[in-house]
Design a protein around this ligand. Sequence first.
Ligand SMILES: [Zn+2]
Length: 280
Amino acid sequence: MARRYGEGRSRGGDRLVIVLVIAAISFLSYIATRSVNPVTGKAQYVALSVDQEVVLGLQSAPELTQQFGGLHRDAEAQATVDRVGERLLARGFKGEDVPYPFEFHLLADPRTVNAFALPGGQVFITAALYTRLETDGQLAGVLAHEIGHVIERHGAEHLAKANLTQGLVGAVAVGASDPDSPVSPRQAAAVAAAIGQVVNMKYGRDDELESDQWGLTLMARAGYDPRAMERVMQILAESGGRGGQPEFFSTHPNPENRIERIRASIGEMFPGGVPDTLEK
Ligand SMILES: [Zn+2]
């Protein structure tokens, strides 16, 4: 009896799985659409609209913040991060219509040397990285690189590639729902899964090079010496000296290649040499 009961359940379970798979596939093919990037003009396959990116980023920010010791208490340091970030945004874009409400957060974590960007404009730098930086120009390099990830929509692209149907469905459902309406436990679990994916996201090599390129462009336009980005890479490499791989390189790989590419790009941007008037 128990066995027959189990078989019946299994068949019912199969049907349910098929229904869920069909629903997920149709939903994914609906949302993972080809979309023209509003800033770069490039066509991309992304899992989220710009508005959904912003919602998911805002929903994920508290969890990421918690993972790295909360927000740093040093208001002056946070103000420096804001000032440099705002200068990059104000002067870095020339006529491009940037739809993201950027926010820059200094995280308290004193050991993990890293910086992150969530989809939609939430940018983070740990105290461990911040305190190793020597100039505003270097801080600009880190933040401009992260702005590049947001502008290029690497998170939404990554989510479109990954098989995150359940999480996406939940995340998008909540993103599109009335903020006053209650969220079911299942929806909440799905959102938590999506947030976990976003928070632990690792970008690929091409994404990093693309963000480095944006970083250099934004720095130069905002009046920062793009060569500060080379020093950022050196600082990151040095900080991993005592055993363990530096955290930044697990999410931001290939430091040596990147330094070479950065030098080459700066040479192309400034064929006559980098002017001395730029802030280091
Ligand atoms: Zn990166």
